[in-house]
Ligand binder design. Structure first.
Ligand code: SF4
Ligand code: SF4
Length: 507
């Protein structure tokens, strides 16, 4: 049998946008290694010289000691395949058949590719081809090459922002962290915010500005959105920076006209859907207690009819935990992305969170739904809370680094939760850098309790504000750690099955 290597780039372009970003309601985490998915090796494209040897191996790698990189990640066995998550590879997930695994195992100790035995049952040429592919994909590295996982890509990440267009909302959601009142962002403040974002992005080398129009319920200050969008487009053209805009909404005030605007102007649309019926209604009523599920669900369908693919955002609490499997089934049916946020209690007296055992059970049920309907897109990459399986990362999110939460009056903090808590921010015009170095968002290699965990580059330890609220310290592993550790292996197994399925379908 020939060695076969499958890479997770099969699904590129369907889940996280540029370099691992996403449209959930948190600052995205960005990858450690510049994704080079287009450059991933295929079985074609390798020159072969007169001796029947792979040119790149013979001339570039021979004499060099190579070693397997997969020790820095997680691996699992499937029936007749194996899978590995590798932090500093060009694509994070690999699925290998038995001959490919045998070749990789050969490099558990540093070896010269020429040491591969010509009498092996695996054809010499096929083995050299696999070695070349492993090397190019980052699964094999030179012994002398740096193996440390560093965040070399940080400045290439977008400058992200959460604009509080208003503090008002027409709903009274049980889990909301926003101190609500009638404050609205003025046009003048909004335009200043857009201008400053582009100035900061240019000054600090960010190639993209990402604006999340949020709140409160941003559609309650709808007029601002087209005006700020026009300015953002103008500034993007002027500076040559990329622009990425997302509306984060409860979807109760969407209509055909607004959806058309979102579509025509190329916005992302993120909709909060907190269950699939009563669970959503328990969590997201209007002020008089009336339910909202029907209304939100109609908006989701209307968005689908308009040709949009809303990104669904769910916060799981004890009020809606049982509806997670139904939500997953709905998202899969419509090929939508879904982010299941685990509720972050605001203090020790807050009892809204689902307990870890019920949360784990609900997620296990949801994974069964996924296994029965294996998606042909990157559904699982950012499904679980703050994890990101599309890219290894050092920081759970961009808070403190490349993320700005801008309040209605233009004051800035490193996270939208802090703004929602009414903490005092820095006036927009006094902000000289997107960085808030005193915000406790340590790299995962320095996070206590996480720094030796096999999941650390995919999990990154959970929200630091949540950890602080519950344990008194941000520099500890997440209170949801036991849930993550139970769910992640199963999630990776399903991702590997998904790759195998995609490979079969592509033949
Ligand atoms: S929170 Fe738990 S699973 Fe996540 S990185 Fe830390 S120790 Fe690992
Ligand atoms: S600090 Fe927590 S709430 Fe804020 S962006 Fe990061 S993960 Fe989200």
């Amino acid at each position: 049998m020939k060695p076969k290597i499958l890479f997770s780039h099969l699904f590129v372009g369907t889940a996280h946008n540029f370099n691992g970003g996403c449209d959930s309601d948190c600052a995205c985490s960005y990858s450690i290694v510049p994704p080079n998915l287009q450059e991933l090796p295929t079985e074609r494209g390798y020159g072969c010289d007169g001796d029947g040897e792979i040119f790149s191996v013979k001339h570039s790698l021979k004499g060099k000691k190579l070693v397997c990189s997969s020790g820095q990640g997680y691996s699992l066995s499937l029936d007749d395949h194996s899978a590995a998550l590798v932090a500093n590879a060009k694509a994070p997930l690999f699925v290998l058949n038995a001959p490919a695994q045998e070749i990789l195992d050969f490099f558990a100790q540093p070896r010269d590719p020429a040491e591969w035995s010509r009498t092996s049952s695996i054809d010499y040429y096929d083995a050299q081809l696999a070695i070349a592919q492993f090397y190019e994909a980052g699964l094999l590295r030179e012994v002398s090459a740096q193996s440390q996982i560093t965040n070399i890509y940080e400045t290439a990440a977008p400058l992200e922002s959460w604009l509080y267009l208003t503090r008002a909302c027409n709903l009274v959601c049980a889990h909301c962290f926003v101190s609500k009142d009638m404050r609205r962002m003025s046009l003048e403040t909004g335009l200043q915010a857009v201008d400053r974002l582009f100035e900061l992005a240019e000054a600090h080398g960010h190639p993209e500005v990402k604006i999340k129009y949020a709140g409160g319920e941003p559609t309650m200050n709808w007029e601002l959105i087209p005006a700020l969008h026009e300015r953002a487009k103008f500034r993007a053209q002027e500076t040559g920076l990329r622009l990425n805009e997302v509306l984060i909404t409860n979807a109760t005030l969407l209509n055909h006209e607004r959806l058309q605007f979102i579509k025509e102007e190329g916005f992302g649309l993120s909709i909060s859907l907190d269950g699939f019926g009563e669970g959503h209604d328990r969590q997201r009523p209007v002020r008089n207690g009336n339910p909202t599920f029907e209304r939100v669900f109609r908006s989701v369908l209307l968005a689908l009819e308009a040709g949009l693919k809303p990104y669904l955002i769910t916060t799981i609490t004890r009020l809606n935990v049982d509806e997670v499997p139904a939500l997953v089934a709905f998202a899969l049916e419509h090929r939508l992305m879904l982010n299941l946020n685990f509720y972050r209690p605001h203090d020790l007296t807050d009892t809204l969170a689902a307990d870890n055992a019920s949360l784990t059970r609900a997620l296990q049920e949801a994974l069964k739904v996924i296994e029965a309907n294996l998606p042909d897109y990157n559904f699982m990459e950012g499904l679980i809370d703050r994890s990101n399986f599309g890219a290894a990362h050092q920081h759970v999110c961009g808070a403190g680094r490349n993320y700005l939460s801008i309040d209605t009056d233009g004051s800035v903090l490193p996270c939208h939760m802090l703004t929602g808590y009414n903490l005092p921010g820095i006036p927009l015009q006094m902000l000289e850098s997107p960085r808030f170095d005193d915000f406790p968002n340590p790299p995962i290699d320095h996070r206590n309790g996480c720094n030796t965990c096999e999941w650390r580059y995919w999990c990154a330890g959970g929200c630091p504000i949540h950890a602080k609220n519950v344990t008194g310290s941000s520099n500890v592993s997440s209170p949801y750690c036991s849930v993550y550790k139970t769910i992640y292996p199963e999630l990776v197994r399903l991702q590997a099955l998904q790759l195998l399925q995609a490979d079969i379908n592509s033949r």
